[in-house]
Design a protein around this ligand. Structure first.
Ligand code: FMN
Length: 277
């Protein structure tokens, strides 16, 4: 039995999924599920659990890469706490060349997330990167402001329900803005993760990067574990760097709710695995 979108409750189960994907040349982004914690104690517990993940990856021969959310590390309680806990993680991660991606959450948290990222860069940590969401009207300005830092970026459409004041609602605008952001990031020399399952976006970015002569050292594709598995294999077989985002843990409710909101057919997969699980 394997679950469709979540690798399992435990780190050990998640690492088995990684081994299977590596056989297809797909690398892993490991994500311990958890977000919007309401106490310092919970934040510290999550940090300890992510440290355990980073340490477990240290022994592995494949690329080491984790993702987390700053509200998992207490961002809503105290920004300084999130910075402190991130520093502890990045210190450990840098020993083994492990990359730590800071996922982007909903719009009220974007400013704080970007501030924490800047603080970490000022403190000298380069093994971390951010996410930019094409549905937000502010994002092109955010990208421009960040350019001098040469951040590693992941471009996504955005997964949260956002009001029309801050976010485009029209799919064509969101998709158009996605391509604008991804190309602008690449034109400015940022290492860019193109995170989408959208055939139009993947196809256009393949075409454009080929036309520009970009190499696998400059960008990669990222998809979610369990989504378009054949496309993941195909891209990897074509020689692109491909990473799958692999969530694990017991706090899966918000994650699966977003997957169902963006694609209602996913409800079937989720319901089936709950029944079988
Ligand atoms: N959405 C966010 O709002 N923040 C994130 O940090 C985020 N990370 C993602 C990472 C990966 C690897 C992928 C594939 C998606 C991520 N998403 C994130 C979800 C996207 O915003 C979007 O909801 C989802 O990919 C569906 O859109 P698509 O048609 O482009 O695939």
């Amino acid at each position: 039995f394997s679950r469709r979108f979540v690798a399992g409750d435990t780190l050990e189960e998640a690492l088995q999924v990684v081994e299977a994907l590596e056989a297809d040349k797909i690398h892993a982004i490991l994500d311990l599920l958890g977000e919007m914690v309401t106490s310092e104690e919970q934040s510290r517990q999550f940090q300890a659990e992510i440290l355990r993940l980073i340490q477990a990856l240290a022994a592995k021969p494949y690329p080491r890469y984790v993702a987390l959310k700053l509200t998992q590390l207490g961002l809503d309680l105290d920004e300084a706490l999130a910075v402190e806990l991130m520093q502890g993680l990045l210190e450990e991660a840098r020993k083994t060349e492990c990359f730590v991606r800071i996922d982007m959450e909903d719009s009220p948290r974007v400013d704080a997330t970007l501030r924490v990222y800047r603080r970490l860069r000022e403190a000298g940590y380069t093994n971390t990167g951010i996410v930019l969401q094409s549905y937000l009207k502010r994002t092109e300005r955010d990208l421009e402001a960040l350019l001098p830092l040469k951040p590693a970026v992941r471009i996504v459409k955005g997964a949260y329900k956002e009001p029309p004041e801050v976010a485009f609602q029209d799919k064509r605008l969101i998709d158009g803005q996605y391509l604008v952001l991804a190309k602008k990031a690449l034109e400015n020399g940022l290492y860019t993760a193109i995170a989408s399952h959208d055939p139009h976006i993947i196809g256009e970015m393949k075409r454009w990067t080929t036309e520009r002569g970009l190499t696998p050292e400059q960008f990669e594709f990222q998809l979610l574990y369990g989504v378009r598995r054949d496309e993941q294999k195909r891209l990897a077989a074509e020689g692109y760097t491909v990473r799958a985002y692999i969530p694990y843990g017991t706090d899966w409710y918000p994650y699966l709710s977003r997957r169902i909101a963006e694609r209602p057919e996913n409800l079937m997969f989720v319901a089936r695995s709950l029944v079988q699980g």
